[in-house]
Design a protein around this ligand. Structure first.
Ligand code: HEM
Length: 261
């Protein structure tokens, strides 16, 4: 697998130049526990690995058809003239296909964690377009990435049933696939959360749709201007840390330099 995947342009799994995840291995284990991931899931995926090896390309095509059918998703692949950038799409597809195999077969170790960060960043202004020298819009909003998880999980069933998996086996395989997807970026580890327009997703979402300000948990404080909320978020960090000892990785990275000054 390593040799072939080395030939995919822009695929930097395990390379020194790949981003370093702010999520620790311990935090990854906690996430795995949260999604219910176990050794058995890994074995189930390996046992049915041939299905993913044979159909990864078709799976990606089917997910992409969902994107292509929705203008608000398709536009993230458009060049400045407003047309799909076919070269970009083709290059990204190869890496997405590789992601399917990685999600099935790679161990959940530091290299895994780091590449999740890298993938996350490639959906944000920090790294989007850079790998392929493209000129498409600079960020895919986090809400669409999270929303797309259903397509990538439930939308995979037909490939499993077409391959003859049924009954209890199907249930286990679907569950294992869903769990590994939830342990990947952008659906699992945190790289994107603070990167979407450079702000924590909670704030971003509250600006768009919710009335709850994630950092302080005060419902209705969306009346505060966005920037002011951000400043307040920074200021209350030490307080919140004292009250809630569990600290999100993005939270720590985003705030410590400020609150310790
Ligand atoms: C479950 C949700 C998703 C997953 C797991 C996912 C996964 C991936 C992966 C693995 C790549 C290639 C990373 C690499 O370069 O190695 C990628 C790239 C990309 N994805 Fe997603 N994606 C998701 C949702 C979406 C959605 C909803 C869109 C919006 C249409 C989108 C747009 C893109 C774009 C534009 C790129 C290319 C980024 C670049 O410039 O390098 N993705 N995605």
């Amino acid at each position: 697998m390593a040799k072939k995947s080395d030939q995919i342009a822009g695929y930097n799994y395990g390379h020194a130049a790949t981003a370093r995840s702010p999520v620790s291995l311990e935090e990854l284990r906690q996430l795995e526990e949260t999604v219910g991931w176990s050794e058995e899931d890994s074995e189930v995926l390996q046992r049915h690995g041939a299905i993913f090896r044979s159909h990864a390309g078709a799976m990606v095509d089917s997910w992409r058809a969902v994107i292509g059918a929705q203008p608000h998703l398709a536009k993230w692949f458009f060049d400045p003239s407003g047309k799909p950038d076919e070269q970009y799409k083709a290059r990204v597809k190869k890496r997405f296909v590789q992601w399917v195999l990685d999600a099935c077969f790679r161990p959940h170790d530091q290299a895994w964690l780091d590449y999740q960060e890298e993938i996350g960043l490639r959906h944000t202004p920090e790294n989007k377009n850079k790998t392929d020298g493209a000129h498409t819009p600079p960020v895919v909003p986090l809400r669409f990435l999270l929303g797309f998880v259903t397509t990538v999980t439930i939308g995979t069933r037909k490939f499993l049933t077409n391959a003859g998996v049924a009954g209890d086996d199907l249930q286990k395989l679907e569950a294992a696939w869903a769990k590994t997807v939830h342990s990947t970026s952008p659906s699992g580890p945190d790289p994107m959360r603070k990167k979407d327009f450079g702000e924590p997703a909670g704030i971003l979402w509250s600006r768009d749709s919710h009335n709850e300000c994630f950092p302080c948990g005060i419902t209705g404080c969306s009346v505060l201007p966005f920037r002011l909320r951000l400043v307040l978020f920074r200021r209350i960090t030490p307080l919140r840390d004292a009250r809630f000892p569990i600290r999100d990785p993005f939270y720590r990275r985003f705030h410590l330099p400020i609150s310790s000054s």
